[in-house]
Design a protein around this ligand. Structure first.
Ligand SMILES: C[S@@+](CC[C@H](N)C(=O)[O-])C[C@H]1O[C@@H](n2cnc3c(N)ncnc32)[C@H](O)[C@@H]1O
Length: 296
């Protein structure tokens, strides 16, 4: 794909997609101005690294939350305006009367996973988002804060099974910990962190195109592409929608979990593995149609 390579096009499938590894393969097989496609774009590692190298990138993911995250991460922001919006919404939430912590929602999920005060703060932030320009980044801040504010042990943030409503013994450090009653501290932490990340990426961001499609990669049309770099879902290990259920409930985003390939809920039986292989093969067969002839 570049002057030294014998490939005309390629599909690179990686088990674990670290930014460093993606950068190595992008440099080896792509040139600035070409287009890379990631059919399982997740949180957007391929797209971010490609953009920094001036390579156009198209991603696709079935999870609306991951699409939101990647769009927010890769967007070109006007630094001053987005910073102003983030600080403004945060200041307004701090001043919102929390109605004696009586959260206004019908979601049983939200009511069971968050303390009343925490949920009131998250809902106050959410309800202000439509008043701002850069809504996607505010939704990401809200989601990150919600993830940390769930009533769970703090050593089980990835896959907590049930809400932890009582104090619990923590191993590191050895002491009794309490599920968090509030969320504002997380809203503040992730607001400041997001501003920092936007500033850092803006120094590296190029004008190369970034498109993120919310869809099923077996059927998506990414347009003409020069190659694929991706890390497919594992078989029977993770439910990618369920993992971020709090965001789906808070933001009312589209749930397409039924089209997830390799979902944990489908198990890892021989039948599930066979189905997984067929579905992943469909994704690459579809992608190859959009690559230059000789794609392999
Ligand atoms: C291993 S993760 C990708 C991680 C990604 N490389 C990153 O940097 O975050 C696999 C992704 O495949 C997505 N996925 C599963 N089935 C899909 C389908 N039918 N079409 C598109 N994406 C799908 C999941 O939502 C998940 O985000």
């Amino acid at each position: 794909m570049n002057g030294q390579s014998t490939f005309t096009a390629c599909i690179l499938i990686l088990v674990n997609l670290s930014p460093q590894l993606v950068e190595i393969f992008l440099r080896k097989y792509f040139q600035a101005g070409q287009t890379v496609f990631d059919p399982f774009s997740g949180s957007g590692t391929t797209l971010v690294q490609a953009n920094e190298l001036g390579i156009h990138a198209v991603g696709c993911d079935i999870s609306a939350f991951n699409v939101l995250l990647t769009r927010a991460k890769t967007k070109a922001y006007s630094g001053a305006e987005v910073k102003h919006e983030i600080k403004d919404i945060l200041a307004r939430v701090q001043n919102v009367p929390l109605e004696q912590a009586n959260p206004n929602t019908d979601s049983e999920f939200l009511k069971s996973w968050f303390a009343p005060q925490a949920l009131s703060e998250l809902l106050a932030f959410r309800d202000l988002i439509p008043e701002y320009e850069d809504q996607e980044i505010l939704k990401v801040i809200l989601s990150r804060a919600a993830r940390s504010a769930r009533m769970t042990t703090h050593f089980d943030l990835d896959f907590p099974k049930k809400p932890q409503t009582e104090p619990y013994h923590c191993y590191k450090p050895q002491r009794t910990c309490h599920p968090t009653p509030t969320a504002f501290q997380f809203l503040k932490r992730y607001s400041l962190d997001t501003i920092k990340r936007i500033e850092q990426f803006s120094m590296l961001r190029t004008n190369a195109g970034v498109e993120v499609i919310h869809g099923d990669s077996r059927h998506v049309n990414p347009g003409p592409i020069d190659g694929v770099i991706t890390s497919p879902p594992y078989v029977g290990l993770i439910d990618y929608h369920e993992q971020h259920r709090y965001a789906y409930e808070l933001l009312d985003i589209e749930d397409r979990s039924g089209q997830e390939i390799g979902a944990a809920s489908k198990g890892s039986s021989i039948k599930a593995k066979k189905e997984y292989q067929e579905l992943v093969a469909e994704v690459f067969t579809n992608a190859m149609q959009y690559m230059p002839s000789g794609g392999a």
